[in-house]
Ligand binder design. Sequence first.
Ligand code: NAI
Length: 335
Amino acid sequence: MRHKVTLIPGEGIGPEVAAATRRILEAAGVQIDWEEIEGRTDKTTERGQLVNQLAVESVRKNHVALKGPMATAIAGGAPSVNVALRKTLDLYANLRPVKNLPGVKSHFDNVDLIIVRENTEDLYSGLEHEVVPGVVESLKIITEKASTRIGRFAFEYAKRHSRKRIHAIHKANIMKLSDGLFLRSVRAVAAQFPEIEYKELIVDNACMQIVMDPQQFDVLLLPNLYGDVMSDLAAGLVGGLGVVPSANIGDDCAMFEAVHGTAPDIAGKGFANPTALLMSSILMLDHLGERTTARRIEVALEKVYHEAKHTTRDVGGPAGTDEFAEAVIAALPPK
Ligand code: NAI
């Protein structure tokens, strides 16, 4: 079957890792017509360069996108194009599987957990203002609708993928109203899935538990900010941002992207690691129903890591982006 997919190569190392990923997918024989488009408009407004509406339209039309990283200015400048894309397309669930790769140096073995992060509200609402000089306010928005929706997504995902346990992560002891609403909404969903064990943990304790004993976790369900922080923390347990994928999923569209950023320190040098985007594309193939090809690429990727002859510098190997991509292609099992 042929698929039409929007490709947003992104910035910095984005185009390099996107090209390598595309080459591997094509070599694996999956039939994709790529619609390549910039994520950011080339026009500068008084708020900086904003999200490209044509990219939004393209994802709406094709329903699936593969996206490279895009830069965001710190403490000022234009709002994040990444956040704008997720919000505009209502990609409310951010899914981040965190698993060891053979041969990648990490603090733990046998980590295999799924992070489900609410992607549309919380402190990422972008509602900030100066109350009086020297005092600013940033609004944390939590709604019953979004909390129930992400809760349902997590439980349905757990059921579909034979996951046994969900931990909801919160700080409802302090933010009694906002995180309290998140918890109450999730508890109501949990009651409909008695076959899945449901537990709750306060976020600071959860951070301590995950760095001491990550194997106890199966699925973690979090509001936006805690989800952002804990998913990078979890990536650090298995080798870092270069080796974990992510998916942003809504009811109508899905966008698959690496967790890492544009890596300006190594952009254009030819040694960026495409593993995270390639793993995200494996999630995309599963989403498209191309499960056999997804597993073949997974097998090839694990073989390259196991042999450790053609891995990239960030994971201790000697290879550049192209050599790594060629090695994965050579390791693809026959159809
Ligand atoms: P970063 O992830 O770009 O880089 C952190 C470190 O990891 C750097 O040393 C970099 O060289 C290395 N690294 C990252 N990805 C790598 C890869 N694939 N292969 C080898 N090494 C890799 O994080 P940073 O520096 O905080 O952010 C840079 C820019 O990216 C910022 O403008 C930020 O806003 C943006 N960003 C975008 C994201 C997205 O589009 N989803 C996510 C995170 C950051």
